[in-house]
Write a protein that binds this ligand. Structure first.
Ligand code: FAD
Length: 287
């Protein structure tokens, strides 16, 4: 099943993101995670991919294969290009074909100062163009409600996103955000630029302060005052922070659904218990 086709019949589409075990890790824990997430009836689950050097790339495809074959869930395979040659991408695509994996989230990947980039691909759109020339894959892309941190202007970022869609991205997933108004403004800019593919809103529950601070440093998402107040008030009470973080995510999701969002993409951090508690908070809205 091609993921963009899901959006023709259902709104909002529900999806999760998981990450594979590091190289040398086993698939046992992740299989338990997938089993627990399956009970929440997601329309698809995406599996992240290391930028290169982190050593978890081979397991991305193994996790996706198990998800499809053993659990009957459609996987979306993340694929980054900045540190890969065309030959390496060819070999990954060949393996995906052998595994029957047809959905790719095509990404540039973050720059890593310790790993010099290969020069075969500069942008995600180069990877998209290349994948399209190599086989029958359906391609999704990443987008940034607050603009990508490297881009000088939000308008230029939107124009670059339009190029990504024109090259072949049929569906987009946003970076995490904590202020829905930023997402609605982004939707408007995208529509004005002529971007008309479905957009999943990426939601990350805060369950511990350190984790969110690390994510936010990496991706540059801004933190609304009420969110910061919540984190500061409960930072030393893990269970209270978890409750508050779950309530915040549910509140965000209900507002997005009321605004007719195409899809909700939950960054699960491989924690099915949190995913379950969040889904319980809005599941009747999407039945
Ligand atoms: P691009 O689309 O190439 O954009 C990067 C920058 O280049 C932007 O500033 C953009 O405006 C600019 N740009 C784009 N196209 C052009 C062009 N044609 N000309 C000039 N400028 C251009 N990282 C991982 O390593 N593994 C993962 O599994 C992973 N999953 C992710 C999932 C989601 C939903 C998101 C939102 C991000 C994910 N990332 C992942 C992080 C991602 O790799 C980084 O955000 C990276 O810095 C940019 O990737 P991109 O595909 O958006 O790049």
């Amino acid at each position: 099943m091609k993921i963009p086709s899901l959006f023709k019949n259902k709104k909002p589409v529900l999806s999760f993101e998981i990450f594979p075990p590091k190289r040398g890790g086993t698939l046992t824990n992740i299989n338990e995670t997938i089993k627990a997430l399956k009970a929440l009836e997601p329309d698809y689950i995406s599996v992240t991919f290391g930028t290169g050097g982190s050593g978890n790339q081979p397991l991305t495809l193994e996790v996706a294969r198990a998800m499809k074959e053993e659990y009957g869930i459609e996987p979306l395979v993340h694929l980054t290009c900045i540190n890969h040659s065309k030959a390496e991408i060819d070999s990954l695509l060949k393996q995906m074909e052998e595994y029957g994996l047809r959905n790719i989230l095509a990404l540039r990947g973050d720059r890593n100062p310790d790993i010099p980039p290969r020069n075969d691909f500069q942008h995600a759109s180069d990877l998209i163009e290349y994948i399209k020339s190599r086989g029958d894959f359906s391609i999704s892309g990443a987008c940034y409600p607050e603009g990508h941190p490297e881009c000088d202007s939000i308008i230029q970022d939107t124009l670059n996103l339009k190029k990504k869609v024109d090259t072949g991205a049929e569906h987009l997933i946003t970076q995490l955000f904590f202020d829905n108004n930023l997402f609605y403004a982004f939707q408007e800019r995208a529509a004005l630029a002529g971007i008309d593919v479905p957009i999943d809103a990426g939601i990350m529950p805060v369950v511990n302060k350190k984790q969110i601070e690390r994510m936010v440093t990496l991706c540059g998402a801004s933190l609304p005052a009420k969110f910061v107040r919540m984190m500061n008030k409960y930072e030393d009470k893990p269970e209270a922070l978890k409750d508050a973080g779950i309530a915040y995510a549910v509140d965000q999701i209900i507002d997005l659904i009321s605004h007719g969002v195409d899809g909700i993409h939950l960054y699960t951090m491989n924690n099915p218990e949190i995913a379950e508690r969040i889904c319980k908070g809005f599941i009747n809205l999407i039945k």
